[in-house]
Design a binder for this molecule. Sequence first.
Ligand code: BDR
Ligand code: CA
Length: 314
Amino acid sequence: KKLIVLDVDCGHDDAQAIMLALTRPNVQVLGITCVAGNVDVNQVCRNVLRILKVFGRLDVPVYRGAAVPILGNHIDARYWHGKDGLGDVPDPDPPSEELVQSEHAVNALLRLSKEHPGEISLVAVAPLTNLALAVRLDPEFPARLKDLVIMGGNINGIGNITPSGEFNFYCDPEAANMVLNSYKGVLINIVPWEPCVNALAIPYDEWDKIMAIPTERGKFHAAILASSVKREKAAKSYTTHYHTCDPYALMVAAHPEVVLESEDVYATVELRGEVTRGQMVCDYRGVWKKEPNLRIIKKVDMQAAIQMFWDAFQ
Ligand code: BDR
Ligand code: CA
């Protein structure tokens, strides 16, 4: 089985990535590390436990990580994911928060990479604070990973939280810059923002069927998504297709064969731009003559992707 660790800021698309990870037959989830992002880190931990409970997998260890970015204050995305990050659907019987491990997420990442050298696929779908701290504590950490798949950044300067900044990178640009420039010995696969809203979007006539799967898991998934899907359908730009981000990073890690088109480039992150802080800058033309540090995922097999959602909820 593929050993996967997920680093999440559990909004509803992180929830989908976790749900897919728990239901791929070839995947063993070694642990889930939490970081501030869509909501504060304690709420992230609560959300992860809630999902694990619905899927009967409270045996998966959950670790609390960074509460604030490397510099500055935490920026959240409650406007999109709901006050609780999961669409504000009441949880009548929440799992005990004591289930969160006492070990810090960053220490857990370092330890797990030593226990399973060369075997772990790290799937990071949140601000990269934990990953940046891990490489600063132990520069050899990245080389002990099997691979790393990130959801974050942008490839054409199109943002979602600012005109030029994608949420995960904008929330902790220093961390994103540290990861892109100091994860030596591991090629980073990245699912950026723009493909998520274009090539990876799912027509609503297909997505609505997934939202109607009548199992306990399917109903839970549909409930936490309901408010954002409604908002999206009403938005002028996204009326025909559902778009989501984080589950694609999990798919790439669990089933690399789903990738149909990718491009290797050197990319870094703008830290000081007056209006572009947090933007990912790709040297497509090789002006800096640097070795590629990223594999940009541009297209995946959408039939396989849609099937993975069905598998998760049926
Ligand atoms: C990313 O931002 C978060 O709100 C989502 O969970 C996803 O990881 C998309 O830009
Ligand atoms: Ca996320």
